[in-house]
Design a binder for this molecule. Structure first.
Ligand SMILES: *Cc1c(COP(=O)(O)O)cnc(C)c1O
Length: 475
């Protein structure tokens, strides 16, 4: 399997070459040259692999179609080390439960940080450690987080050889639970940097350090952001696992509803569908930051300025642009690299938007690829949380509530709708209290984490200070 850039760079790379990288050299995103096809016989075999051997073995089956530069035995061992009941809480790893007839919830949020980002990040931790050892190299991961990504990255990389994490976050602006989760980590290779400023300040620091190419090379700076292909690939697996739990036969069709921000999660659904998984609809659910909903309704993709980007009660979906979206548009326009480069390289930076409504492929292909969308507001989010608790006695988090709200608008008779649960309610307790007047349930292993000793440095928003800390910890 070789990987290409969505913007047409002639070079073709292998999986492990792009594993530790972000963008392609021309600014595009990496995608496989073609999607491996899963026929009915393979689907039937995978169903029994999942049911009889478990999620880790299913993950190996999917990943091995895309990774041919790690020996099969090693890859299988990495999958088995990653997807364990001890780490993800259940044998199913991503258990599906029925809410009411035809509406199911797939729990992707039982990993170490209680958000779906663990599904990919935990694998990434093992892949990074493996590949760095093989190359005899080290990597310093520098990131900016306002919550889920940073903690998932830290819990994936803690104690891993050859990797250090320097994670900036806006001082005092994450939820108390999220702060406790990150700052209580005592591992020597994890560095929490609380920056006096807002999330954009953190992101600016990361950009400034990464743009200093000499520093970046000297100190082997890397990232784990959502455009990483390995992360996206790991997420493809749970679409298959969800399908096998929701159906009895391999000819049945299902739909997925996906609370979306950077379009990484639902893009993995697109890849699963392109491989042949019988997905009827991919329902993109957004919050008030409705860049994606606007696109699927109108064909206009318009990135928002920071003044137009709202802070909402489903904060992990608060985006101004969707960083993985280029991958889907590349397929949408028939893998036309010149047009993708024009749209994302030129028009977006020049005009802040592009309009595909006049392109015949837009209507045709969105329908062909099964994409539909909707949005949910704060009031609707609270309403959905309340209704779900009253009718089903279940607490759901605000992101999942956005997904469920939009899912109900897109139901079709006879097609099960699987809503992806992307976080547990305890991470967003304040919104749950607002909706239900009571605290959400807390998994016992998190009792008292707010009182644990903390390992965090508070810094002014200065690039030089962050660089100095990286230098201090590198030989
Ligand atoms: C990251 C995140 C999302 C958005 O996922 P994307 O892949 O960026 O679309 C939704 N919900 C939660 C809880 C998240 O952490």
């Amino acid at each position: 399997m070789r990987y290409l850039s969505t913007r047409g760079h002639p070079e073709r790379r292998r999986f492990c070459e792009i594993l530790l990288e972000g963008l392609a050299p021309d600014g595009g995103l990496y995608l496989p040259e073609s999607y491996p096809q899963v026929d009915l016989a393979t689907l039937a075999r995978w169903r029994s692999v999942y049911q009889q051997q478990g999620y880790a073995h299913l993950a190996f089956e999917v990943l091995s179609l895309y990774i041919d530069d790690i020996p099969a035995d090693d890859l299988r061992a990495l999958c088995e080390r990653t997807y364990t009941e001890a780490v993800f809480g259940t044998k199913a790893i991503v258990p599906v439960r029925e809410l009411d007839s035809g509406v199911l919830i797939e729990a992707l949020s039982n990993g170490p940080t209680l958000a779906f980002k663990d599904m990919a990040m935990q694998l990434l931790g093992h892949l990074f450690e493996y590949e760095l050892k093989r190359r005899d190299e080290e990597l310093n991961i520098l990131g900016a987080t306002s919550g889920d990504t940073g903690s998932a990255a830290e819990y994936a990389m803690r104690g891993k050889h050859g990797v250090r994490v320097f994670m900036t976050s806006p001082n005092g602006r994450m939820s108390p639970f999220q702060q406790a989760q990150m700052f209580s980590l005592q591992d020597a290779n994890i560095h929490n940097l609380a920056i006096d400023g807002v999330f954009d300040d953190c992101q600016d620091i990361v950009k400034a350090v990464s743009n200093d190419l000499a520093f970046k090379r000297r100190y082997r700076i890397g990232t784990v952001n959502s455009i990483n292909w390995a992360r996206l690939l790991a997420q493809v697996v749970y679409y298959f696992a969800g399908y096998f739990q929701a159906t009895q036969s391999d000819t049945q069709r299902v739909s997925f509803a996906v609370p979306s921000g950077n379009f990484g999660n639902v893009c993995a659904g697109h890849v699963a569908r392109m491989m042949g998984l019988p997905i009827e609809r991919l329902v993109v659910a957004t919050n008030e930051n409705d860049v994606l909903d606007e696109f699927f309704r109108t064909g206009v993709y318009r990135v928002r300025g920071s003044a137009d980007t709202h802070e909402t009660s489903s904060p992990s979906m608060d985006i101004s642009k969707a960083s993985n979206f280029e991958r889907f548009v590349f397929d949408l326009v028939g893998r036309d690299t010149a047009l993708t480069a024009e749209l994302f390289g030129t028009r977006l930076s020049r005009d802040g938007m592009f309009d595909l409504s006049g392109d015949a492929r837009f209507q045709q292909q969105c329908a062909r690829y099964g994409f539909v969308s909707g949005r949910s507001t704060h009031a609707q989010r609270l309403q959905t949380i309340r209704e779900t608790f009253e009718r089903h006695g279940q607490m759901i988090d605000p992101h999942t509530a956005d997904g469920l709200k939009v899912a109900r608008e897109q139901l079709q008779a006879g097609v099960p709708m699987i809503v992806l649960e992307t976080a547990l309610p305890i991470k967003f307790a304040a919104t749950l209290v607002e909706a239900l007047g009571r605290e959400p349930d807390r998994p016992p292993r998190f009792n008292g984490i707010e009182a644990l000793p903390r390992r965090v440095q508070v810094l002014p928003a200065e690039v030089a200070r962050v660089k100095a800390i990286i230098v201090e910890h590198c030989p």
